[in-house]
Design a protein around this ligand. Structure first.
Ligand SMILES: Nc1nc2c(ncn2[C@@H]2O[C@H](COP(=O)(O)OP(=O)(O)OP(=O)(O)O)[C@@H](O)[C@H]2O)c(=O)[nH]1
Ligand SMILES: [Zn+2]
Length: 384
């Protein structure tokens, strides 16, 4: 069978300096199998290979290349997934997308956060904590720059209205979905509320065993329908309800992340590593003991450590390409135009001014204003 040559052909040539004989498979890695990186923790990778969870490390020949969650990799060695087994990652497949963030105060490196994802889900509470548009803007910029779609998931709609935020982001083509806590269930007269889903005595929203509120079922299923068949990265500030949502979408999240925990031997997953969870096709599905490929339809990637995106690496021209209409208009801009509100003779202003009627002007204006907000957020200082 013909085999495509790639960099591993080069890397596995015998060294001029060493005379150590190569093992039989090494030059070709003909026995390599493909896996999906679902977790990374301190140099140990959790992979899904067929329907097995396999632990692996990087082969030396990968050099400084780093695999990240979402990567497809070729792995050799012990890929049984049995206790104590360890495979070796010999190749990282070409990525269809890379979600990056620039170095910031707390992290001096530019990092690829996740590979091969096609949707960024920005989880934002409508209240408690108050929404921060600066953070949402930066997420939108990072996603569009990576060629990913954005889904804005507005939580806690039982506490505040989503209308104002919709108005800010729908003009940018951002899809918006709204979740809220479940209404209190009518209680049996004389019967004490019991177990999961039971209403607390104050008549507030039902609370799960872990103390979190239960979410309205239809709102969770609407989110699920928007995640189906896709690889989605969820980001959000602490307290916005991201874990609550993930637990409802992937009831086995804890068991699934247990795969990662087994690696470190610690009770909890580290707070800085992303983890990919298989999205069950429906609410009642149980994944069983393993990550059964047939039982899921899409991946939900949780990023506990990512609270913001440094965007210094994002170029204006590249970002503009995510907006076809604005990109065409901006062809008429003076050279070096920043396209910001104070830019002289920016064609975006002419475009709004040239609206044939009020019904056209309002959405054009909203789109330009929102786009300029995104541009301004690249500085990374606009944290409100
Ligand atoms: N009223 C209301 N409260 C909610 C809703 N969703 C989540 N909460 C509550 O908000 C609080 C924070 O939710 P979490 O899911 O822990 O938030 P998180 O974003 O995962 O935050 P960290 O765990 O700090 O990363 C919890 O007390 C939840 O019960 C909602 O739709 N409505
Ligand atoms: Zn311009």
């Amino acid at each position: 069978m013909a085999r495509i040559r790639d960099e591993s052909d080069f890397r596995s040539r015998p060294s001029k300096h060493g005379s150590r004989p190569r093992s039989k498979q090494r030059p070709e890695h003909a026995d390599a199998v493909t896996g999906l990186v679902t977790g990374v923790d301190r140099g140990r990778y959790t992979l899904l290979v067929e329907d097995r969870s396999v632990l692996a490390m990087k082969a030396r020949e990968l050099g400084r290349q780093r695999a990240v969650v979402g990567d497809r990799v070729d792995v050799v060695g012990d890929v049984t997934g049995e206790d104590g087994s360890l495979g070796r990652i010999v190749r990282i497949r070409e990525r269809t997308s890379t979600l990056r963030r620039t170095a910031d105060d707390t992290d001096p490196y530019e990092r690829i956060v996740v590979a091969n994802a096609d949707q960024l889900v920005v989880v934002t509470a409508l209240a408690q904590p108050e929404p921060r548009t600066g953070m949402i803007d930066r997420c939108v910029v990072a996603a569009y720059d990576a060629g990913m779609d954005v889904l804005l998931c507005l939580t806690k709609a039982d506490l505040a209205s989503p209308d104002a935020l919709r108005g800010l982001y729908e003009p940018l083509g951002v899809k918006v979905v709204v979740t809220q806590s479940a209404l209190p269930e009518p209680r049996d007269v004389g019967g004490a509320p019991q177990g999961e889903g039971a209403a607390p005595d104050d008549g507030g929203a039902p609370v799960a065993q872990d103390g979190r509120v239960r979410l309205a079922r239809d709102s969770v299923e609407e989110v699920r329908s928007l995640l189906r068949g896709r690889t989605s990265v969820l980001v959000g500030h602490s307290g916005v309800g991201k874990s609550t949502l993930i637990n409802e979408l992937v009831p086995d999240a804890r068991r699934a992340t247990g795969v990662v925990n087994a690696v470190t031997g610690r009770g909890r997953q580290t707070s800085t590593s992303a983890v990919a969870l298989p999205l069950p096709v429906g609410p009642a599905r149980d994944l069983g003991d393993g990550l059964e490929a047939a039982d899921h339809d899409g991946w939900v990637i949780d990023t506990p450590g990512v609270r913001s995106f440094g965007l210094a690496h994002v170029e204006v021209a590249h970002l503009l390409h995510a907006f076809e209409d604005l990109s065409a208009v901006a062809e008429e801009c003076p050279r070096g135009c920043t396209h910001l509100a104070d830019a002289p003779d920016c064609a975006l202003d002419d475009w709004v001014a040239a609206s044939p009627d009020d019904a056209t002007r309002a959405p054009r204006e909203a789109r330009v204003t929102s786009f300029r907000r995104l541009l301004a957020s690249r500085s990374g200082t606009d944290d409100h």
